[in-house]
Write a protein that binds this ligand. Structure first.
Ligand code: ARG
Length: 460
């Protein structure tokens, strides 16, 4: 038996393996809600312009809503013989309501249908991503407020550089996520145009109202060009690009959590519920969540390259190649949402260990730059100050002491400009408090940055 949707032209039925091989219903059925919404909008518009009778429209809308119920209750039988989500639902509609079901596809093709469905799906996916991003950002701000004055070593080259506040470090992560949020919003705005009415590629002979179907689906406008409408998958690539960058940020964040939760650093404690143990080593508590998120960036990067390669060299307009867009896209959605969810749950539960952070900041001569800046304030040119402090650090390295542990006489041996007030700038508190400008690490600045972050999130 030939496929009922196009059997007319064919003299034999599709090879069984080819049917399986070319089908997409196994993975595109997740767009059933969007497919049904698109069909309802299409039918509504067709009735308004007089292409469909009101009775047919009512039967279609009621039938599609009933099918949505069947799918949601797990009563719907998906058939590979019907290839994809679109034809499965349409065939079931005809089974339920008869002739009116056969009229639904008037002035439409699966090419504009699938383009519409994915855009609707991605719009919802982006809204979910933005919500999880916000939740994670909210957690970071709260933690940053609590840890605004907690001193830790700041690193460059993973070597102790200068003291910073933990709150300041948390807000650095917040900024990365703020840019991610902007990229996803931008992607959403650009994908939010309606391909419906482009039909197979050239538009349709019916007096359709593309503005109306766009409006019914919450699109900002109909897409401009019918050929572009059915062949464009830029939005899929943009989403994966934004996802790859977000995952890159989360992997960097993860790496720090993995390091910091180790016995060697001991800066943070990740609650047990986010960790797992070892089947052989009874003492182990492994930071699985950050490790796994650090690893998951790989598949998202892969999907981005996969989609770029999929689209490369495709002639206009629709090609079956495009069916390959869904699995990488959906996996990116799942990976990004899952990673964000895990982080949004975990971050508010992180426990800082200020004493460990402080002890680490006291090693590595974190206040050496402060001493150089002190000398500059006393009139010493910066390059000379750098040299003087370098020599003092050398003595510290040789004798195993921090600068603050040296006597005034010892320090004056390096420069006569050094006076008793030097010890104020050699303390960790003095060092961070002195960086008291917009974007700086001083506790006061961290709190004002938290207030700006709250305002950005629309929190009070
Ligand atoms: N399942 C197809 C896809 O995912 C739907 C569009 C098919 N159109 C066609 N002319 N074969 O792209």
């Amino acid at each position: 038996q030939t496929n009922q949707q196009w059997g007319g032209r064919f003299t034999e039925s599709t090879d069984a393996f080819v049917q399986e091989f070319t089908a997409s219903v196994q993975f595109d059925q997740r767009m059933y809600r969007q497919d049904i919404a698109g069909s309802i909008a299409h039918a509504t518009m067709l009735a308004e312009v007089g292409v469909l009778s009101a009775a047919d429209r009512d039967a279609i809308v009621a039938g599609l809503e009933a099918i949505r119920g069947e799918i949601e209750r797990g009563e719907f039988t998906w058939s590979v013989a019907l290839e994809d989500v679109h034809m499965n639902i349409e065939a079931r509609l005809t089974e339920r309501i008869g002739l009116a079901g056969k009229r639904l596809h008037t002035g439409r093709s699966r090419n504009d249908q699938v383009a519409t469905d994915i855009r609707l799906y991605m719009r919802d996916a982006i809204d979910a991503v933005l919500a999880e991003l916000r939740r994670l950002q909210g957690g970071l701000v709260e933690l940053a407020e609590r840890e605004a004055a907690t001193i830790m070593p700041g690193f460059t080259h993973l070597q102790v550089a200068q003291p910073v506040t933990f709150g300041h470090h948390l807000l650095a992560w917040f900024e990365q996520l703020k840019r991610d949020s902007g990229r996803f919003s931008d992607c959403r705005a650009r994908l939010n145009v309606s391909p419906l009415g482009a039909a197979a590629l050239a538009g349709t002979t019916y007096p359709i109202d593309r503005h109306r179907s766009a409006e019914l689906l919450g699109f900002s406008a109909p897409s401009e060009n019918s050929l572009d409408s059915v062949s464009d998958r830029d939005f899929a690539i943009e989403f994966c690009a934004a996802g790859a960058l977000l995952m890159t940020h989360l992997s960097r964040f993860s790496e720090e959590l993995v390091l910091w939760s180790s016995a060697q650093f001991g800066f943070v404690d990740i609650p047990d519920r986010f960790c797992t143990g070892s089947s052989i080593m009874p003492q182990k508590k492994n930071p699985d969540v950050p490790e796994l998120v650090r690893g998951k960036v790989g598949r998202v990067n892969g999907h981005l390259i996969g989609l770029l390669t999929l689209m490369k060299g495709q002639p206009l307009a629709y090609n079956k190649d495009n069916q390959e867009d869904k699995e990488p896209l959906f996996d990116t959605v799942d990976t990004v949402l899952g990673s964000l969810r895990a982080f949004a749950d975990m971050v508010p539960a992180l426990r800082a260990r200020p004493e460990r952070m402080r002890a680490a900041a006291q090693q590595g001569f974190a206040t050496a730059t402060d001493l150089a800046d002190y000398l500059v304030r006393k009139g010493v040119p910066f390059r000379d100050a750098h040299e003087i402090v370098g020599k003092a650090v050398r003595l510290g390295v040789d004798t195993g002491r921090d600068l603050s542990a040296m006597s005034l006489e010892e320090l004056r041996g390096f420069s006569a400009a050094i006076e008793a007030d030097v010890f104020d700038c050699l303390t960790l508190e003095g060092s961070v408090a002195a960086r008291n400008h917009f974007g700086g690490t001083a506790p006061h600045q961290v709190l004002t940055a938290c207030a700006r972050a709250r305002a950005w999130l629309g929190l009070s």
